[in-house]
Design a protein. Structure first.
Length: 368
C-alpha cells in the first residue's frame, strides 16, 4: 500500500501580523477555510488595545513604531496622542510604507529601514533619545504573505525569495541551491526547531535545482509526512501547550503543514531576524529615556526567549557569579518589567482572529 499524499491547504493568508506556523495552522479544521479564515479584506492588528495601553501614550513625546506593516498599531497610536507628539514608523518593505503614506503621512515620519538600525536612522532626524516609547510587532506582514511573488508562503506557487527588504541580495533561492547540506540542516534545526532537519537538507540538495515555493514545500512534505499521526512526544507537547501552539500549531497533529518549520527557518535566515531583534533591543535600551516604555509582541518561542531574557537582564541589579560574597559588577537596574507574565490574546480576539493565539506581549519601562 502506498502512502496517501499529504493534504495541501490553499487558504489565503490575510492577517496583518502572523507567524509562519500560524500559516501552517490555517490548514486545520478539516481543511475548511470558513472555520479558520476571516474576511479577506479585514485587518486585525494583534492585541491592539493591550499593546497601546501598555505603551501609555502621552501628548508631546516621541514614539516609534519599528514595524509599521499594515498600520494597525500605528493608527491607534496616532489616534491617542495629540499633534505635539512626534511619531516615527519603520518598515523595511517600501510597499508597506507607500500604502501608509497617504493616510498617515501628515502625522508620521516614515523610515525605510530595518529596526536593527534604529539609532543610526533616527539620528538623521536629530533624534538621539526617545522619551515616549517604542512598539514592535514581530509577526510577518500578511501583505508579504499574500503576494506569491515574495515567496513567503508554502501555499502559493512563487519564486524562492523571502526577502522582507527586496533590495537586499540574499534570497531563499540562494540558500536552497547554493549552501552546503550541513549549513542548510543547521539553520532548519536552529531557526525552525525541526527534528528532521538533516533528512530535509539531504533531500533538498539531492533535488537541486529548486526554483519555486511549491517545489520546496512538496520536497519537505515528503520528508515529514506521517499520515496525520503525531508521535507520542508531539502529542505530549500538544496537550501541554493546548492553548499556545508554538511550533506544533496547537490542536491535533494535522494542524500544521509539514513545511512550516522549514519555511520559517529559511525566512529567518534570509532576513537575519533573531540577530536583528537582539541589535534592536540593545539600541532601544540606549535610546529610551527614563520613564519611556518598550512594548514587544512576539509570535514564536525563539523571539519570545530573546525578549524575555532582555527584560530579565535589564531588571537585575547584579550579574556577578553567585559564589562572589559581594557584588563587584556595579550594575544598575535598567528596566521595570510591567508584564511579569506575557499578555496573550483574549478569548474574544481568538474567536475573531485565530492567528493571535501564538502571540505574546511583553512590556517594560526604562528606569536608568
Amino acid at each position: 500500500m502506498t502512502n496517501k499524499p499529504s493534504r495541501r491547504c490553499s487558504i489565503d493568508v490575510e492577517n496583518n501580523s502572523i507567524s509562519q506556523e500560524e500559516e501552517g495552522a490555517a490548514c486545520a479544521s478539516d481543511g475548511n477555510p470558513a472555520k479558520t479564515m476571516s474576511n479577506q479584506e479585514r485587518h486585525f492588528p494583534v492585541m491592539l488595545k493591550e499593546a497601546i495601553d501598555l505603551l501609555e501614550p502621552r501628548d508631546g513625546l516621541i514614539y516609534v513604531d519599528v514595524t509599521a506593516g499594515a498600520g494597525g498599531h500605528l493608527q491607534e497610536l496616532v489616534n491617542r496622542v495629540g499633534a505635539q507628539s512626534k511619531i516615527f514608523a519603520f518598515d523595511q518593505d517600501p510597499q508597506a510604507i507607500d500604502a501608509l503614506q497617504e493616510s498617515l503621512g501628515k502625522r508620521v515620519t516614515f523610515i525605510h529601514s530595518n529596526f536593527r538600525y534604529l539609532k543610526e536612522a533616527l539620528s538623521k532626524y536629530g533624534i538621539n533619545t526617545i522619551d515616549g516609547g517604542i512598539i514592535a510587532d514581530l509577526g510577518v506582514s500578511s501583505m508579504q504573505i499574500d503576494e506569491k511573488e515574495r515567496g513567503f508562503s508554502f501555499q502559493k506557487d512563487g519564486p524562492l525569495d523571502m526577502r522582507m527588504n527586496s533590495k537586499q541580495s540574499l534570497t531563499a533561492h540562494d540558500i536552497v541551491n547554493q549552501w552546503t547540506e550541513v549549513d542548510i540542516a543547521d539553520i532548519i534545526y536552529k531557526y525552525g526547531e525541526e527534528r528532521n532537519s538533516r533528512k530535509i537538507a539531504k533531500r533538498i540538495v539531492e533535488s537541486r535545482p529548486i526554483n519555486t515555493t511549491l517545489e520546496l514545500a512538496s520536497i519537505v512534505a515528503k520528508c515529514n509526512y506521517t499520515g496525520g499521526r503525531a508521535s507520542d512526544k508531539q502529542n505530549k507537547k500538544i496537550r501541554r501547550n493546548k492553548n499556545s501552539p508554538g511550533f506544533a500549531g496547537g490542536g491535533s497533529g494535522q494542524n500544521i503543514h509539514p513545511a512550516t518549520r522549514t519555511f520559517q527557518a529559511l525566512r529567518m535566515a534570509v532576513n537575519a531576524e533573531l540577530e536583528s531583534i537582539e541589535e534592536f533591543l540593545e539600541q532601544a535600551k540606549q535610546m529610551l529615556s527614563p520613564g519611556a516604555r518598550l512594548v514587544v509582541i512576539t509570535f514564536h518561542s525563539l523571539e519570545d526567549r530573546i525578549v524575555k531574557q532582555f527584560f530579565k537582564m535589564g531588571a537585575q541589579s547584579c550579574v556577578c557569579p553567585p559564589k562572589l560574597p559581594l557584588c563587584q559588577c556595579q550594575k544598575e537596574v535598567e528596566f521595570l518589567i510591567i508584564t511579569r507574565k506575557p499578555v496573550t490574546a483574549s478569548s474574544q480576539e481568538l474567536l475573531a482572529n485565530i492567528r493571535s493565539r501564538s502571540a505574546k506581549l511583553r512590556a517594560g519601562q526604562k528606569l536608568n
